[in-house]
Design a protein around this ligand. Structure first.
Ligand SMILES: [Zn+2]
Length: 133
């Protein structure tokens, strides 16, 4: 079981060391090196819509899991209680599905935006009706 130590910092250093989770609570960001050994820097914003960070006895927990499918290694793991818990690797199919789910979310968002002018035009039609325009 691989471990990751918590290191609280003001700013994330340029060079991160393996085996540490750097957390800047002031700036709401955490960083670590991909634990597979590929040495890619993984930056995880700590925000309500991104990752949540907890610590217990100086052991960090990030939630949800970290899926580095944009990296060649496609690592996917959890950081729980200072431990790296490996998940399965993301298959091509899952990556495609993940992208489609994001696309769907974006589409729903814009659809909702587009619905607003429709409502306005209904109101306008009503006004036109009432005022006989
Ligand atoms: Zn990696």
């Amino acid at each position: 079981m691989e471990r990751i130590k918590l290191l609280k910092v003001h700013y994330l250093p340029k060079e991160l060391e393996e085996g540490f989770l750097y957390v800047s609570e002031e700036f709401g960001v955490a960083g670590h090196l991909c634990p597979c050994g590929c040495k890619n820097k993984i930056i995880t914003p700590i925000e309500p819509t991104e990752w949540s960070f907890k610590e217990f006895n100086n052991k960090p927990t990030l939630f949800p899991s970290i899926g580095n499918w944009q990296l060649p290694c496609k690592s996917h793991y959890w950081i729980t209680d200072g431990k790296i818990e490996w998940s399965y690797q993301w298959s091509e199919q899952q990556i495609i599905e993940g992208r489609e789910a994001e696309e769907e979310k974006r589409k729903t968002y814009y659809d909702n935006l587009e619905n607003k002018p429709v409502k306005q035009s209904l109101i306008r039609r009503f006004i036109n009706f009432v005022f006989g325009k």
